[in-house]
Design a protein around this ligand. Structure first.
Ligand code: GLA
Length: 742
């Protein structure tokens, strides 16, 4: 998958469907040639280098009026020579100079893929699944070695990149900017696509036109954030969901990030992705190594949906890992929206008993079970059962849940502390705060300094004690505030720029240690809903709570946006009570079920409060999900109608052999006397006959008809009330099962 033209020093990564090409310039810098649909000739491709003699240009050599880095597409641009665009690397040496000119030394090709120490990353299970090119560069004056790593996958159209810096000199170096990747695209005729929002409206899809200058999304909050996801895509203006060129850039990281597109004045487009350089400064002493997080770049010639399918395949199969990666996820019930902090064991047993009767497989006890936690003002940090609520401790409750025939799961917020807690009283110096300044709180809580080993150890010990005595099969790992006043008392002044990153490394380490000790533990990540829903977390937690907004109509948007990068197998999606907790909306229970099937399914309500008809529906939903969860977790996902663009949200999950598909169509608001509607399906076999079955409709049709003429939506009355039952027809969702007829 990797070929090298030694004469022209051109490197070509090619898996038969995509190509990535770079070369060594005469000056020793690395230049970018091409990224996109495969180019299958052998040869140098150096004719793709565009350069021109332009006024007001700075050249790198006397007598040479052509070689300016400003006008050459770079591979990993550095600050300080003749390129005035934002660089991928900025480093300061002992003499205060910020100029860096690394030169090519050598390359290595490795079968498979190396892991990144202490960081989440995609992986190859067998050596021939991926090939890795490592390019060694050196700045002799600084004594800096950098290794640019590129892994191409055999079965997925993605290239994973990261950079390793090694101080091989005598002095100290400071990395001020160390992006995971940079790519200079030859033109800027693209739009950017970002996933942005806020608490309870995470990952809304936003498309922007590019113009000269900067378009960027970022986080400085310590978590990847509700506000912007660590992802950016480029789409040709004519590209759609299912056709046209799209490039996706996703960072496998959970902390501060920057994803930036810069269009220069000659229409060259630079994409940078990595740790946010704002406030970042990493001291690299002699012999020390710094590794950037991994950035994954995907090319799709089949539109945005094609890009998503590549991410889904890679992240589901070769980023998620461990015991739960390929296992069916349990249907769970969580007590948070039903009880908040107000419960005792007896309530929980009644709650769980009803859930068991309906077919739920795991009961998850949310916030409030520990310390003096009766509200959000106290208790965080004291990970021991509150005996007034749980007289037999967590062990006792877990035993009782297991005796009911269900697994038991528990909520933690390991990185946080309330000042009103025994943990804080014994370790008042364990929080992130700037000496001499007051620390801001979020939800009355403070952030533990996870850059310090002793802090991570102290939390680990408490969690280990509980996990090794009680039968806990799952934890919901929450993180309910952003970081502020980020300063660690344990590090010297010139290392304070490292703390945000060290914090995340501490979070990853705690995850890793728990998984080593309890390999069968299922972790669901959460950060006030979707505040840390990123590829980094997916390496440890194969599922995540998508959003605190559990309203089905809101969820059509949130899950639709989330699916741009993240596979359904990782999207925690639950049926919650009505009126909904966040928006007060009342939706049919069928709609709530249909929307929640698109992920790791569960309930977020007290089933004892439902009517007997609703309970029958719940039983049917659970049985349906259990039958179909294999398809839901591993099928190809197709977005068909965007809730951001109209009154419908529609998507399809089709198994790869085209033998069965589930299609969910949710009409947001009722409409009167609307048009006839059909939906063009995807991923079916043209010549295959299928049976289409839904709540109102049952017919047979061939694959080509369903994909070319469309599947008829049952609204035969052209938008009038269908049921004949009267009543409000807003928020109607219909699930269609499309099954090959033998
Ligand atoms: C966060 C989570 C919720 C719930 C509460 C408990 O908001 O996103 O699901 O766990 O914390 O305090």
């Amino acid at each position: 998958m990797i070929t090298v033209n030694e004469k022209d020093r051109v490197f070509h990564l090619n898996n038969g469907r995509i190509s990535y090409l770079l070369y060594v310039m005469e000056s020793g810098q690395l230049g970018h040639l091409y990224f996109g649909k495969a180019l299958n000739r052998s040869g140098s491709y150096l004719h793709m280098v565009e350069k021109a003699h332009r006024p007001m240009t700075t050249y790198i050599r006397e007598g040479d009026l052509y070689t300016s880095y400003e006008h050459l597409r770079q591979e990993y641009p550095c600050y300080g020579t003749s390129d005035y665009r934002y660089p991928a690397l900025e480093i300061q040496g002992g003499d205060g100079s910020r100029i860096c000119k690394p030169e090519y030394q050598r390359y290595e090709i490795i079968k498979g893929k190396r892991q990144l120490e202490g960081l989440p990353a995609t992986y190859a299970e067998e050596a021939d699944e991926a090939a890795t090119l490592e390019i060694y560069m050196k700045d002799a004056l600084l004594g800096l070695e950098l290794v640019l790593s590129y892994s191409i996958f055999r079965d997925v159209d993605a290239v994973a990149r990261s950079v390793r810096f090694i101080n091989k000199g005598e002095g100290t170096l400071f990395l001020d900017r160390a992006m995971s990747m940079s790519v200079d695209m030859p033109d800027a005729e693209f739009q950017t696509v970002q996933l942005s929002g806020a608490w309870s409206r995470e990952r809304y899809v936003k498309v922007r036109d590019l113009a000269p200058g900067i378009t960027a999304v970022s986080s400085m909050r310590g978590n990847s954030s509700h506000h912007h996801n660590p992802f950016l895509a480029l789409k040709r203006k004519t590209a759609t969901e299912h056709s046209g060129d799209v490039y996706g850039f996703s960072l496998v990281y959970s902390g501060n990030f920057l994803a930036q597109a810069e269009v220069d004045n000659y229409q060259v487009l630079r994409i940078l992705l990595g740790i946010n350089p704002f406030g970042f400064r990493w001291k690299l002493e002699q012999g020390e190594i710094f590794t950037t997080p991994e950035a994954v770049t995907v090319y799709s010639g089949e539109g945005l949906n094609g890009m998503s399918q590549q991410f889904h395949r890679l992240y589901r199969n070769r980023l998620a890992r461990g015991y739960w990666r390929d296992r069916e996820r349990p249907v769970l019930i969580n007590n948070w929206e039903a009880t908040q902090f107000d419960y005792v064991e007896q309530d929980l047993l009644l709650f769980a008993g009803k859930a068991k009767e309906c077919g739920v497989e795991m009961f998850v006890l949310d916030d409030g079970w520990f310390g003096a936690r009766n509200d959000d003002k106290r208790g965080l940090g004291d990970w021991k059962a509150n005996r007034e609520k749980l007289p037999d401790g967590v062990e006792g409750l877990a035993e009782k849940i297991e005796a009911l025939g269900m697994k038991f799961g528990l909520w933690f917020e390991p990185e946080m502390v309330n000042k009103d807690s025994d943990f804080f009283r014994s370790h008042p110096d364990y929080i992130l705060e700037t000496p001499g300044r007051s620390a801001s709180h979020g939800r009355n809580q403070f952030v533990l300094d996870f850059s310090r080993k002793e802090v991570v150890d102290a939390v680990y010990e408490q969690m280990y004690a509980l996990l090794s005595t009680a039968k806990i099969s799952y934890i919901k790992w929450d993180m309910n505030r952003s970081i502020s006043e980020c300063y660690s008392a344990a590090y010297p002044a010139d290392r304070q720029g490292e703390i945000f990153h060290r914090y995340i490394l501490g979070v990853y380490e705690l995850h890793e240690r728990l998984l080593q000790a309890f390999p069968e533990l299922l972790i669901e990540s959460c950060s006030s809903g979707g505040g840390r829903f990123d590829a980094g977390m997916l390496y440890y937690a194969p599922q995540g709570w998508v959003s605190d907004d559990s309203d089905a109509i809101e969820r059509t948007k949130i899950q639709y946006g989330t699916s741009f990068v993240y596979p359904l197998s990782c999207m925690g999606a639950h049926v919650s009570a009505c009126p909904n907790d966040q928006v007060g909306r009342i939706t049919p229970i069928e709609t709530r079920g249909n929307v929640s099937y698109t992920g790791a399914f569960g309930y977020e309500l007290d089933l004892n409060r439902l009517s007997s008809t609703e309970i029958e529906t719940v039983k049917e939903q659970i049985a349906f999900y259990k039958e179909n969860r294999g398809l839901i977790a591993t099928g190809d996902f197709y977005r068909l109608l965007s809730p951001f663009e109209g009154n419908f949200a529609a998507w399809e999950i089709a198994d790869q052999s085209g033998s069965r598909a589930l299609v969910t169509v949710t009409r947001l608001l009722s409409e009167v006397n609307g048009p006839y509607r059909r939906l063009l399906l995807r991923g079916l076999r043209k010549e295959q006959k299928y049976h289409v079955e839904s709540r109102y409709l049952s017919y047979d049709a061939y694959g080509d008809e369903l994909m070319q003429f469309g599947m008829m939506l049952e609204d035969k009355s052209s938008g009038q009330v269908i049921d004949g039952s009267g009543g409000c027809q807003d928020f109607l969702s219909v699930l269609y099962e499309v099954t090959a007829v033998r």
